[in-house]
Design a protein around this ligand. Sequence first.
Ligand SMILES: Cc1cc2nc3c(=O)[nH]c(=O)nc-3n(C[C@H](O)[C@H](O)[C@H](O)COP(=O)(O)OP(=O)(O)OC[C@H]3O[C@@H](n4cnc5c(N)ncnc54)[C@H](O)[C@@H]3O)c2cc1C
Length: 356
Amino acid sequence: MESLKKYDFLIVGSGLAGSLLANELLNYGQKILVFEDLSMKSSSMVAGGMVNPVTGKYLAKTWLIEELFGLLFDYYRGLELDFKASFFHQTGLFRPFANEESKINFLNQIEKHQLKDYIKVLEDTSAFSPHFEANLGGMFTEKAGWLDVPILLTKIKEKLKSNDSFNAGKFDHIRLKIENEGFYYEDIFAEKIIFCEGFNVINNPFFSWLPFNPVKGETLLGTIKDYEIKPIVNQGKWIMPLGGDKVRVGATYSWHELDFENTENGKEELLFNVQKVLKTAFEVTSQQAGVRPSTKDRRPILGKHPAYKYMYIFNGLGTKGVSLAPYFVKQLLDFIFQQKDINPEANIERHYALYS
Ligand SMILES: Cc1cc2nc3c(=O)[nH]c(=O)nc-3n(C[C@H](O)[C@H](O)[C@H](O)COP(=O)(O)OP(=O)(O)OC[C@H]3O[C@@H](n4cnc5c(N)ncnc54)[C@H](O)[C@@H]3O)c2cc1C
């Protein structure tokens, strides 16, 4: 017992969810240890990282649009300042009208859903014309862009390592001993534990009963010669400028074959859609695949385990982790430290009836 290493928190998983939580906990002065199995795959490391407040063909406002988009720009810019690095790009997003019918349809939707704060109609689209058919104009969303998730996670990992808070190993749930005073794991004791395992939650015996509905996704990385367009362009699929001629194209959605393997089908689907909208050639350099930790009701899952008071989960960030994470990291920490309520639509309590 003498040689026990004591912590306030153990965190399992350092994708976007675990890393942002860990960073805040360190800033709160907590003693933490993060387990990250470097041989496992992470959705965060292949994510497009896009934030976009109004999505889809019906121009649906993102759930909690005011709360999330009122916070996330300052949040990620604050992290850029803290880490003295650039990883958040508010590029805006342009959606060219595909034809007259869809133009009329979109203009009606903007009116009907009062989207003028979020979407401007662009008549002059000459800036896009070297690469895109945009003669009919299109819609521009200023409050959109992307987070370079791998850069941010690398910065947080460096900070964790320099605080002796990083354990590059697989967390084995079977070896966790739960006692009244806290959690024992080999020579480690912690008062609290938070699981942030993304899709791998399905192998967590404490939380695998939750209604997850993971979605595989693939993207292509490549180049478009002389590509000087700064905003993301989206028409069915999106083209995200990465600097110079480099772009990322995404993404696919599949509820089958939930693995991290690239597929020919995924590549063909992306190429087919991109070539429909792009006038110039797109050369593929690589492909990436991952599994989004989505849930059946498409809301995140956070809060406390039904049986163990100081065991928590932060997961279910699904297709919109970058937009959801800043707000819900704060909700979980306010719940833990100040007993504040978690948004009922995101609170794990909504699923307690499934636990036996
Ligand atoms: C192709 C694709 C495109 C996407 N594009 C976007 C986008 O444009 N915008 C957006 O907001 N979101 C996007 N997403 C979704 C985004 O990736 C997720 O919402 C988010 O990254 C989930 O983060 P997470 O930390 O919950 O999970 P993960 O990133 O999967 O992290 C979980 C981590 O836990 C670790 N782990 C699990 N079990 C253990 C264990 N037992 N021991 C040790 N470590 C463990 C894993 O190694 C992993 O690193 C995309 C996803 C994909 C696949």
